[in-house]
Design a protein around this ligand. Structure first.
Ligand code: COA
Ligand code: AMP
Length: 636
């Protein structure tokens, strides 16, 4: 670390905080706007800010057409690699633009125009990215729903987003299992109050879907007939997408992302955080249904002129634990981004990591996010790959990293367990319950001082009150991240976990509150509590502690199976809800609040102190014993 390079991060960071307008104006100037913004940051009221409000652009144009105009048309934009269907396909920027324009033509002919919503419920096939970009091309708003969600979850999102059209596929493929998507979509539309006018269905040869006359269109046939559609200019502040994420209640929150701030922030992140240059091969091994997929499979690599990889497979079993290394070697991946869970799964299957057969010389850096990167996994990846491994912290709400080792500015010495330093633009503070800053090394609530930088959520779709109450009310002047942690003497940030009822299973964010609602609806259950407990591969798994109604006799195994089926039906298999334990009582305060933190501490096997406010202290050892007996303490 040289003094000169050291100052590069510090200079950028300080400039971004002290003079955010000039900092972000410089970043915005690097994009090909239809009308460059003059108003950089505008405060609407004490809670709302707008970035680049008088700028006009089109995000799909920046991602595709603009590169073609600059001579990048024949470069590969997207590689589809699908070990589950044995398919590999490349799209140049020109080919991808043509597909997107054609798909936009299909949607336009169905009446989709600026501001209309289109729900996309797709497996990891290129048509998912094409549909997203086509919606963006029309200035409309997409809402991608992860393919692993149930019909019920899809219905909730359809009712909230009220799409004119839904784009889906006949099936997804999970390792070797074929998941029929269309019956789930039909069921969701039946359940929803809002009825989309049309569904466009991509028919996969593995399973053809039944179509509903008048409502459903065959993607392939419609594409043949469509007139390509052009890019529709939108205001920087117009929404690009709504992405639902789990909150503490059963109702998901529709995070709204604007066009202008998003494009500027992602472009900046590719330089400053990922050190990605045009022409680099960038692989985010995630799913387009999650924010990582939105930002770093689709938009950022394309806006930055990189080649992005869309991978339909798993880190293991498709066909083996060498899958990641095979993809990296085959496509000369320069930057790999994945969840720690993926590496834990690889390590379990192949602890020695048989890497010799793969040439990973092109691979420069490995980024991890989605959940805490435990030091053991960090060390294993460093030892095996001998490349920089960067833990970076972010959320659906922010859309890009809040803290990272800023590889494009300067690579700082890593500290395992830390996501390193705040990224320029993010003013990170640790606050106590009363909103006062705490000292270095003291744990507290991680909060971001307003204004948030470009690219972060602007509101919650159709529910601005929830945006204000959920994020901005607890610490006036700050965005409350929902995560807890500390900053050490060197300014390094350590994110230790959620401070609310959100858990993270295999890098997927889930609401325990929602699971509690489902479990509590079982006729035998009087009361319940769902917590996240350690799981060796997926980081966490949900556990339900249930109290049975008086006079009802149930078998724990049968009850557990019924609850598992209910959560699977209502949320989806991805919830990985597999465990329920019958308890005699739940630890509560005298005012009746369940002491969830204590239960989590018991499950972690960590020390806990019994609070004076507890109503029934004997409940704690009782539950600890039951969990121990089921092998549920400290990941079994
Ligand atoms: N469509 C339908 N079903 C899906 C799905 C999808 N897109 N994604 C997951 N599921 C299902 C799986 O089939 C599985 O169902 P099952 O209970 O019937 O077996 C369930 O949801 C859980 O899936 P998953 O979490 O993928 O577990 P797994 O045991 O199949 O695989 C790992 C384990 C570690 C390989 C896998 O969890 C993984 O790849 N994790 C990394 C995920 C990631 O990248 N997260 C970060 C997002 S930013
Ligand atoms: P999501 O919105 O699904 O991306 O989930 C965001 C949440 O995942 C954060 O609020 C954190 O709890 C967790 N998370 C993401 N990245 C990290 C990280 N690098 N370290 C610790 N937790 C993380």
């Amino acid at each position: 670390m040289t003094t000169q390079s050291q100052s590069r991060y510090q200079q950028s960071y300080q400039q971004s905080i002290a003079t955010p307008e000039s900092f972000w104006q410089q970043q915005a100037a690097q994009l090909n706007w239809y009308k460059a913004p003059h108003t950089i940051l505008q405060q609407q009221d004490s809670h709302h800010y707008q970035w680049f409000s008088d700028g006009v652009l089109n995000t799909a144009y920046l991602a595709l057409d603009s590169h073609i105009e600059q001579g990048r048309g024949e470069q590969t934009a997207l590689i589809y690699d699908s070990p589950v269907t044995n398919t590999q396909q490349r799209f140049s920027y020109r080919q991808l633009r043509d597909e997107v324009a054609q798909c936009a033509g299909v949607l336009k002919a169905l009446g989709v125009s600026k501001g209309d919503r289109v729900v996309i419920y797709m497996p990891m096939i290129p048509q998912a990215a094409i549909a997203m970009l086509a919606v963006a091309r029309l200035g409309a708003v997409h809402s991608v729903v992860f393919g692993g969600f149930s019909a019920h979850e899809l219905a909730l999102r359809i009712d909230d987003a009220k799409p004119k059209v839904v784009v889906s596929a006949s099936c997804g493929i999970e390792i070797s299992k074929i998941i029929a998507y269309k019956p789930l979509l039909d069921d969701a539309i039946n359940k929803a109050q809002h009825k989309p006018e049309h569904c466009v269905i991509y028919q996969r040869p593995q399973l053809l879907a039944d179509m509903q006359n008048g409502r459903d269109l065959d993607w392939q046939k419609a594409m043949l007939k469509a007139e390509p559609a052009g890019c529709v200019p939108v205001k920087a502040t117009d929404p690009l997408y709504v992405l639902y994420t789990s909150g503490t209640t059963g109702k998901p929150k529709g995070v709204v992302r604007d066009n202008g701030g998003h494009a500027v922030a992602l472009h900046y992140s590719m330089q400053a955080v990922y050190n990605a240059k045009p022409g680099d091969v960038f692989w985010a091994a995630s799913d387009v249904g999650w924010v990582v997929g939105h930002s770093y499979i689709v938009y950022a690599p394309l806006i930055a002129g990189c080649t992005s990889i869309l991978y339909e497979g798993k880190p293991v079993f498709t066909p083996d634990a060498g899958a990641f290394w095979r993809v990296c070697a085959q496509y000369k991946v320069n930057i790999l981004f994945a969840a720690p869970t993926a590496f834990r799964a690889i390590r379990k299957e192949d602890p020695e990591a048989a890497l010799q057969q793969y040439d990973l010389s092109a691979l420069r850096t490995i980024f991890m996010a989605g959940e805490r990167l435990d030091p053991a996994t960090y060390q294993w990846v460093v030892d095996k790959l001998h490349k920089p491994v960067i833990d970076h912290w972010w959320q659906t709400e922010t859309g890009w990293p809040i803290a990272a080792n800023p590889a494009g500015l300067e690579l700082m010495p890593a500290k395992p367990g830390s996501s390193t330093l705040p990224v320029p633009g993010f003013n990170v503070h640790i606050l106590d319950e009363a909103g006062q800053p705490v000292k270095a090394n003291e744990q507290g609530y991680i909060a971001l001082k307003l204004p948030l930088p470009p690219g972060c959520l602007t509101t919650i779709w159709g529910n601005d009150e929830r945006f204000v109450d959920g994020y901005l009310a607890s610490f006036p002047g700050y965005y409350a991240s929902g995560d807890g942690g500390y900053i050490d003497d060197d300014g390094y940030l350590f994110v230790m976990g959620r401070t609310d009822d959100v858990i993270n299973v295999a890098g997927h964010r889930l609401s325990t509150g929602e699971m509690e609602q489902i479990v509590a609806s079982h006729p035998a259950i009087a009361e319940c509590c769902v917590i996240g407990i350690p799981e060796p591969i997926k980081g966490q798994q949900p556990l339900a502690l249930v109290l049975i109604k008086n006079g009802i006799d149930v078998d724990e195994t049968i009850l557990e199976a019924e609850l598992v089926a209910m959560v699977r039906e209502e949320i989806g298999a991805l919830a990985c809800f597999k465990k329920a334990v019958i308890v005699k009582r739940l630890p509560k305060t005298r005012s009746g609040k369940i002491l969830r933190k204590l239960l989590r501490q018991i499950a972690d096997g960590s020390q806990y102190s019994v609070p004076s406010t507890i109503d029934d202290p004997a409940s704690l050892p009782e539950i600890a014993e039951l969990m121990q007996a089921r092998g549920l303490v400290n990941g079994g």
